[in-house]
Design a protein around this ligand. Structure first.
Ligand code: BGC
Length: 417
């Protein structure tokens, strides 16, 4: 009863403040794929924030890194006419749902809270479709990071690698010392995540844009792309024999435990190190994949608000508003490993990796070196992304050589469009 009254009072306040519909009284049902230890810790920050405002939370977790399984569940729910209130979404998937008319209009909340002025343009292109805010950006992640166990590197005299050659030398040293050089989980989205960074390093920023965003067949089939596949083969030669099917957070655990030297993964991996009580600079290191120090391949988690048959509910508005509040943006992203989705949030509470992430993002946006991640749905629509996944994974698993991989890539992308 008490929480119902709180909900009603809050709903009324929001109705007045932002001109949204009345409370539907059902709280929010939130579909997401944040199921690892670090992810769950971050999600709790949001749950507690909302529950503190009297909005009840129904959790709908769908395990599976990168969100593919969550998107399958979402499609089934929408087809059954039973869309969840709020759904974690990425890039082109958000645009797709908006174009299907499935998402509620958040313009009143966005206007009342000035989102236009504080959310970076790179994120607005996925949050605001045809002038309508359809989702609330939670964070900015980026994929071109490497995570390392500091004592393993120190014990083997390895400094942070600056170039691909430094990196391969480090891999050889670790292999000779009997340490698994690279912790990897053999799932297509993880291979594509690694490929984001590897391809950026061989193609350079213009080539990345041409290949993954503009889908230029010449660049997709270029020598530089073949070189990217050759580098993937080197990475494949440096993973342990049990990599197949392993979840990303279990690969992170191998670096945390000192079983492996490096993991190439987005900065959600940092959430696992923190959740294990580790500190950057002391226990683990974060650095940009060699050759991509000036670039950022980003993906932003957002919560799409599904239209529940009318205007946005006050609970949806409350969730959107909570997500965009500067204090939440700091508290959540400090735990998650990502950086704020607003440009005006202080980095004071962030650790060294977080501060680097914030600075890198601003610098990359300024210098034209910020690119939507191919692997995480920010470079192209799902059909193209999945076509790329298939080729990258088939090559990684030795189904064909690099020469054939570039030919397959050109073909697969052409068919997917
Ligand atoms: C999401 C992250 C998530 C990661 C692993 C990415 O697509 O943006 O929030 O932690 O997948 O599941």
């Amino acid at each position: 009863m008490r929480s119902y009254m709180k909900t009603t009072a809050m709903a009324l306040a929001l109705t007045v403040a932002a001109g949204v519909a009345k409370a539907d009284g059902h709280g929010v049902e939130v579909l997401h794929w944040w199921t690892s230890g670090g992810e769950a810790a971050a999600l709790n920050v949001l749950k507690e924030d909302l529950e503190g405002q009297g909005v009840s939370w129904t959790d709908m977790p769908v395990a599976g890194g990168g969100g593919e399984q969550a998107m399958t569940v979402l499609r089934a729910r929408v087809t059954a006419g039973n869309a969840p209130t709020a759904v974690q979404g990425l890039g082109f998937d958000i645009i797709d749902w908006a174009n299907q008319g499935a998402l509620a209009n958040l313009n009143d909340v966005a206007a009342a809270e000035g989102w236009d002025d504080v959310v970076p343009a790179a994120l607005q292109q996925f949050a605001k479709v045809n002038g309508v805010w359809v989702s609330a950006p939670v964070n900015v992640h980026s994929t071109n990071w490497v995570w390392a166990n500091k004592s393993v590197l120190d014990a083997n005299g390895i400094a942070v690698p600056e170039t691909w050659e430094d990196f391969t030398a480090a891999l050889e040293t670790l292999a000779a010392a009997g340490v698994t050089p690279i912790a990897h989980g053999g799932q297509p989205w993880q291979e594509a995540t690694v490929f984001d960074a590897v391809a950026m390093s061989t193609l350079g920023p213009d080539g990345y844009q041409a290949a993954f965003v503009d889908l230029d067949p010449e660049v997709l089939g270029s020598d530089a792309m073949r070189e990217a596949f050759d580098r993937m083969a080197v990475i494949r030669a440096n993973v342990d024999e049990n990599f197949s099917g392993r979840d990303w957070n279990l690969a992170t655990a191998m670096v945390i435990n000192g079983e492996a030297g490096f993991q190439m993964m987005g900065d959600w991996a940092k959430g696992e190190f923190l959740n294990a009580g580790q500190t950057p600079g002391e226990d683990f290191l974060c650095f940009r994949f060699p050759g991509t120090q000036d670039q950022v391949t980003f993906n932003a988690d957002q919560f799409m608000m599904f239209d529940q048959g009318g205007s946005v509910s006050s609970e949806q508005a409350a969730l959107a508003s909570a997500i965009l509040s500067p204090s939440f943006q700091s508290a959540f992203n400090v735990v998650k490993g990502s950086v704020p989705a607003r440009t005006d949030v202080s980095d004071a509470d962030f650790d060294a990796c977080g501060r680097q992430g914030i600075a890198d993002l601003a610098a990359a946006a300024e210098s034209g070196n910020l690119f939507g991640s191919m692997a995480h749905g920010h470079a192209n629509e799902a059909a193209v992304k999945n076509a790329m996944y298939d080729v990258i994974t088939a090559h990684f698993n030795g189904e064909y050589d690099s020469e054939t991989a570039v030919e397959e890539l050109v073909l697969a992308v052409e068919i997917a469009q």
